[in-house]
Ligand binder design. Structure first.
Ligand code: ATP
Length: 369
């Protein structure tokens, strides 16, 4: 991921209180969002959260029920798709089966007022860009999924849009190819400097590629942040759960002094301490969030902050790491991960073993919603 434009610069896309209602469903519910020039921006969320509807409204394929879309300073809310400085790459790729690859890429340029020489040049340039020159005379059915994806990308880029919208662009690829293509896509976006807005339901994909992510939930924005902040500082319980794994302890605030909050949690079997600067009132119901990899195993119980004991109930060996599921005396089950550093060494932690766990007051967060 790359740095994004300074916030004071005029955003390339401004979405203002955008709403789309289908019958009695709010697919998109008063979303406001700024996307900056040169960003690789992801709309992330579970199935049905409204991400495709939002993307289609940006493209002009869907008319908003209310709200506004400003692109590059101009109100585009009611402007037809072909008059927007935007192009869309579809999940299905939507290639024409009877046309060869070069013709498929040239197709989008037919309506443009450019000479046939320039058109040919542009097509050659696009094929070189995504490295499919050798495939120019093949038909789509003679290509692999990855090659078709490149053709669709070349076709979408040929019109030189200011903004490229991509709907699950890697959805049809297998895992290995998907991972490789993620980097290629970021690389391409950085070279071209075009703003990419991508829809994905895959949090890892969004984390890998994006400068920023908008996490959507039930037609609303749950959180907008860069990948690192999204993971380290989730704003809500939903965001904490959606991105990665998390241990959540319900409790209430008993003390808050000098950026240190003390939260009493029956689930944790006592008090937890968290660094937190926003004001919290005593007695307030809150949740403490701790990522599994921030939990360390200590040799003995220290009665220090955030030190708890439990019994290992399950171990999942994943190769690079193992995930340990631990039952606490309260009955709550939590998990922690450990890197598997030593190959074939005896498993240092075993099923049924009592372990003492702790985490740093800076390695956890307080969630109020
Ligand atoms: P997915 O990942 O499954 O594609 P999504 O996040 O892209 O989901 P949308 O396709 O935007 O979600 O749909 C959001 C909501 O709007 C869903 O409840 C969906 O059923 C509804 N919806 C979408 N399009 C229509 C339509 N044309 N008519 C009626 N309801 C629709």
């Amino acid at each position: 991921s790359q740095p994004w434009a300074a916030p004071e610069e005029e955003p390339i896309v401004r979405i203002e209180k955008l709403t789309k209602k289908f019958d009695d469903t709010y697919a998109v519910d008063e979303i406001s969002l700024d996307i900056h020039r040169g960003e690789f921006f992801s709309l992330l969320g579970a199935s049905g959260c409204g991400k495709t509807t939002l993307l289609r409204m940006l493209a002009g394929f869907e008319t908003p029920t209310s709200g506004r879309i400003i692109i590059d300073g101009q109100d585009m809310t009611n402007v037809p798709p072909y008059k927007r400085p935007v192009n869309m790459m579809f999940q299905s790729y939507a290639l024409f089966p009877h046309m060869n690859i070069a013709q498929n890429i040239a197709y989008g340029l037919k309506q443009e007022a450019i000479s046939s020489t320039e058109r040919r040049e542009r097509v050659a340039e696009m094929m070189a860009l995504v490295q499919i020159e050798k495939l120019a005379t093949r038909k789509p059915h003679q290509l692999s999924g990855g090659q078709r994806q490149r053709v669709a990308l070349a076709r979408a880029l040929a019109k030189q849009p200011k903004i490229l919208l991509l709907d699950e662009p890697l959805g049809a690829l297998d895992k290995k190819l998907r991972e490789r293509t993620q980097f290629e896509l970021v690389n391409l976006q950085e070279r071209l400097g075009i703003t990419f807005i991508i829809v994905t339901h895959d949090q890892e994909e969004a984390m890998t590629m994006s400068s920023r992510i908008a996490l959507l939930h039930d037609g609303r924005v749950e959180q907008v942040d860069n990948p690192r902040r999204m993971y380290e500082f989730p704003a809500t319980r939903y965001a904490a759960n959606f991105i990665g794994s998390v241990n959540l302890f319900n409790g209430h605030v008993v003390e808050h002094e000098n950026d240190m909050v003390v939260i009493h949690s029956e689930e944790a079997g006592g008090d937890l301490r968290v660094h937190h600067s926003q004001p919290l009132s005593i007695g307030m119901a809150v949740t403490v969030a701790v990522r599994p990899e921030k939990v360390a195993v200590t040799s003995e119980y220290e009665n220090a902050p955030n030190n708890i004991r439990g019994i290992i109930q399950e171990i999942a060996y994943l190769g690079d790491v193992s995930i340990y599921h631990v039952d606490l005396p309260s009955g709550k089950r939590i998990q922690f991960t450990q890197p598997n550093v030593m190959a074939l060494a005896e498993q240092p932690l075993t099923w049924g073993q009592e372990v003492s766990l702790k985490w740093h007051t800076h390695s956890c967060g307080v969630l109020t919603q």
